[in-house]
Design a protein around this ligand. Structure first.
Ligand SMILES: [Zn+2]
Length: 431
């Protein structure tokens, strides 16, 4: 393991500049998360979060950050975004009890994509509770980066489940961050469009959503480049549609200028980065060709702006690659380059035959020509440039364009507790 600043090796983080600064990192994990089970054959497996945690443990990364167990979200937390009747339905949902087919259709619950499974509501409480607990820690300014790999379920809608997502923890976390910050930037590198988050904030100028995704005959079907937001939110929704075979070079060629421009014109006070790992090469449902290092470079780049940041999980259906990716990216958050060789631990056999963090990508065709990417970048940057020129979107220190409930939370209410009582906060403050 190579702590940033101690090595000039080609794979290590820079030893000079903004990236060399240590960050205070807080990581949220509930040990029961890996027990939830969507059902036989379902591609979404919460076990991947437990595999990620086991990697963090075996690499010793848990010793470099605060490890907290999330407070489960309450019904009232969900209902800041979700409809009361939908949450009441989820709370009562029981796989052994039949439901009215019309109700199931209304909430988009089925046996295939969004099934009712054992302890579904508890699952929602934990993954959303972790994002809310993480937002609270950012609001307290206790940490620079907060992490919830069980979150990032970006497809859930106000009154509807979608794409393996039931409650939208990213939306709930952003609403919490808006209590203390004027502007929050949401960036989504899952292969699927971040539709639920975009829709929630489509008409506000306080949240900018930027989604990089496969577009064209692909779930959820939204995310056209011309979908740019509406009313006060015009130009605050950014969509970057991509085609099959995106490799590291192409992805970063698009990602960096778009994100840099978004940060320049929007000046976010916090960033939520959804790190869906289904954009990795070899994903069971995806069709991009990103390496762990390329995916992680997006995290590294966002981190370099030194804006308080939340890292969320998301998609990712080839389990061993998801764990590789999120372990590597936890290292990026900490400024630690993890060794490629995965140490022996309880899940080591998942990583056969290479037993490495970094897997080779494939020789699949990259359908994204440089010309098409240049066109996409030009269009997106042109839209973002309009923000600076438009007098109607001058920033105010306390915008009232989105009504927010008054929070009754305070620090005492944040009774997060240590996952491990022996765990010490060993992270260091910025230099
Ligand atoms: Zn996805």
């Amino acid at each position: 393991m190579d702590v940033a600043g101690t090595s000039g090796g080609g794979n290590s983080l820079p030893s000079v500049g903004r990236d060399a600064t240590r960050r205070r990192v807080c990581y949220f994990y509930d040990p029961t998360m890996g027990n939830f089970y969507y059902g036989n054959g379902h591609p979404m497996k919460p076990h991947r979060v437990r595999m990620t945690h086991a990697l963090l443990e075996t690499y010793g990364l848990l010793n470099h950050m605060r490890v907290l167990r999330p407070i489960p979200a309450h019904e009232r937390d969900f209902c800041r975004f979700h409809a009361d009747d939908y949450i009441a339905f989820l709370r009562a949902a029981d796989p052994s009890v039949g439901n009215n087919p019309a109700t199931l259709r209304r909430f988009n619950i089925d046996d295939v994509e969004c099934p009712i499974f054992h302890d579904l509501y508890k699952y929602c409480q934990l993954y959303a509770g972790a994002s809310l607990s993480a937002a609270k820690q950012l609001n307290f300014d206790h940490y620079d980066i907060v992490i919830n790999w069980s979150g990032g379920l970006h497809h859930a809608k106000k009154s509807m489940a979608s794409g393996f997502c039931y409650v939208n923890d990213a939306v709930l976390a952003i609403l919490s961050l808006l209590e203390t910050r004027d502007r929050v930037l949401y960036v989504d590198i899952d292969i699927h469009h971040g539709d639920g988050v975009e829709e929630a904030f489509y008409t506000t100028d306080r949240v900018m959503t930027v989604s990089f995704h496969k577009f064209g005959s692909y779930f959820p079907g939204t995310g056209h480049i011309d979908d740019i937001g509406y009313d006060r939110g015009k130009y605050y929704a950014v969509n970057v549609p991509l085609d099959d075979g995106m490799d590291d070079e192409s992805y970063l060629y698009v990602f960096k200028p778009v994100v840099a421009k978004a940060i320049e014109v929007f000046r976010p006070k916090a960033i939520v980065l959804q790190c869906g790992a289904d954009s990795l090469s070899g994903d069971r449902l995806g069709s991009f060709n990103l390496s762990v290092r390329g995916h992680g470079e997006c995290v590294k780049y966002m981190r370099s702006f030194n804006v308080p940041m939340m890292l969320l999980g998301g998609g990712g259906y080839t389990l061993h690659n998801v764990a590789r990716c999120w372990c590597y990216e936890t290292g990026v958050a900490l400024g630690i380059e993890v060794d490629n060789k995965i140490p022996d631990h309880q899940y080591i056999e998942y990583f056969a035959p290479f037993y490495g963090i970094h897997l080779p990508t494939t020789n699949m065709v990259n359908k994204n020509s440089r010309k098409s990417l240049d066109g996409t970048i030009a269009k997106v940057l042109a839209n973002l440039s309009k923000l600076r020129a438009a007098p109607s979107v001058q920033f105010k220190e306390q915008s009232s364009s989105m009504e927010l409930d008054e929070s009754d939370d305070d620090e005492d209410d944040g009774s997060d507790y240590h996952c491990d009582e022996d765990e010490e906060d060993t992270s260091e403050s910025d230099e």
